[in-house]
Design a protein around this ligand. Structure first.
Ligand SMILES: *Cc1c(COP(=O)(O)O)cnc(C)c1O
Length: 392
């Protein structure tokens, strides 16, 4: 149905497989294995001669429905769902790379992704060079004959730097590498990396795809050939998505459009308000004309998204004062929830970096990140105003 219908329709209806009971809402198949009509059928399933379910580490109908729906939304041939966003990245690299391969990755990617490349893959002979998210010349210069993968995340966390997906895809392909984009912040509603030239899309479904902060999950999407490697790793090693979590995500996708539109509208209103405050040194939001890559962001995304960061002139003391004065916002590092969250990156998500590394990464002590939820934006502003009023 994917070529025939708009994204809004695909989000609600793509991938549905009905059982013999003709249920209207997608069924949750809580079963770890499947039975066969005969010994012969079992044998045929195992050789792959006959398609069908065998065991939930390999496939489950609820998980398949989620995979097919997300694939339709991203415009991907194939989707492999995983137990978390991190296991999606793990399955991608374990499925596609070998010892001796080289990765070029943006410096501004999720903290655990940096650890995965730096501390774990390195032990298996895969080396990673980290480069600027915004300077494409650094990506080109980092390429080696053994470079197999470019890894980008855009917009970045928490500085909302924007990678030029089309330019990175062109460089990657010229060097015989694939481009993978972690599309967690935008979701296919705001940005479709495959349309822009990327080869692989990664998701932490834990964030906006669930959208209500309940369960963990992830996905890797791309061509049949690439995803075959990812799937073989998954079915053997086992970081498979649970059917229950897949069912949550299927329902999450149905409201993704209206939620992303509301998160984005709230974030733009908040960013505009923050920019006018005298206590605020700078606001980082791709939807603001003052953002250094505003034009690029508006070319590859439909809105600026739901994450706003801002830096207070008063440094860490001011940031903590504003955070501690909130009564409504949740002080937590999570994002993509209906409930607005507030984070002090330099002492939490980026606290393991040294002061010099943080300075090099542009994470100032006065920086606050807000993942705008679905509450009234006036209430969110009032909650922040309480602490801002305490500042000199
Ligand atoms: C949260 C997150 C991840 C990791 O996802 P989990 O579901 O927590 O494993 C990866 N990338 C980005 C951008 C994230 O925000």
């Amino acid at each position: 149905m994917r070529d025939e219908y708009d994204l809004d329709t695909l989000a609600v209806r793509a991938g549905i497989q009905r059982s013999q009971f003709h249920e209207h809402s997608e069924a949750l198949f809580m079963t770890s294995s499947f039975v066969f009509d005969s010994a012969e059928q079992a044998a045929k399933r195992f050789t792959g001669e006959e398609p069908g379910n065998i065991y939930a580490r390999f496939t489950n109908p609820t998980v398949s429905m989620f995979q097919d729906r997300l694939a339709a939304l991203e415009g991907a041939k194939y989707c492999v769902a995983t137990a978390s966003g991190m296991s999606a990245i793990l399955a991608c690299v374990m499925g596609l790379l070998s010892a001796g391969d080289h990765v070029v990755a943006s410096r501004a990617i999720f903290g655990s992704t940096v650890q995965l490349f730096n501390n774990i893959l390195k032990r298996f002979g895969v080396e990673t060079t980290f480069v600027s998210p915004t300077d494409v010349k650094e990506w080109e210069a980092a390429c080696q004959p053994n470079t197999k993968l470019f890894f980008a995340e855009t917009p970045s966390n928490p500085l909302t730097e924007v990678c030029d997906i089309t330019a990175l895809a062109e460089i990657a392909h010229r060097h015989g590498a694939w481009l993978a984009v972690d599309n967690c912040f935008c979701t296919p509603i705001l940005q479709r990396p495959l349309d822009l030239g990327a080869d692989i899309v990664i998701h932490s479904a834990t964030k906006y795809i669930d959208g209500q902060g309940r369960v963990l999950g992830g996905a890797v999407l791309g061509s049949k050939v690439l995803m075959e490697g990812v799937y073989q790793f998954l079915r053997t090693a086992g970081p498979t998505l649970s059917a229950f979590n897949a069912w949550i995500f299927l329902k999450g996708l149905e409201t993704l459009r209206i939620r992303m539109d509301a998160h984005s509208a709230g974030a733009l209103a908040l960013a505009t308000w923050l920019e006018a405050l005298p206590q605020v040194a700078r606001v980082l939001y791709p939807g603001l004309p003052s953002h250094p890559q505003h034009a690029l962001a508006m070319r590859q995304q439909t809105t600026g998204g739901g994450i706003v960061s801002f830096e207070l002139k008063g440094g860490k003391a001011a940031a903590w004062k504003v955070i501690d004065a909130t009564r409504l916002l949740s002080i937590t590092a999570n994002l993509g929830d209906t409930k607005t969250t507030i984070t002090h990156p330099s002492s939490t998500t980026h606290g393991r970096l040294t002061a010099d590394q943080r300075a090099a990464a542009g994470i100032q002590d006065g920086l606050i990140r807000i993942a705008v939820g679905l509450e009234s934006i006036e209430d969110i502003k009032r909650d922040l105003q309480t602490g801002i009023d305490l500042l000199p």
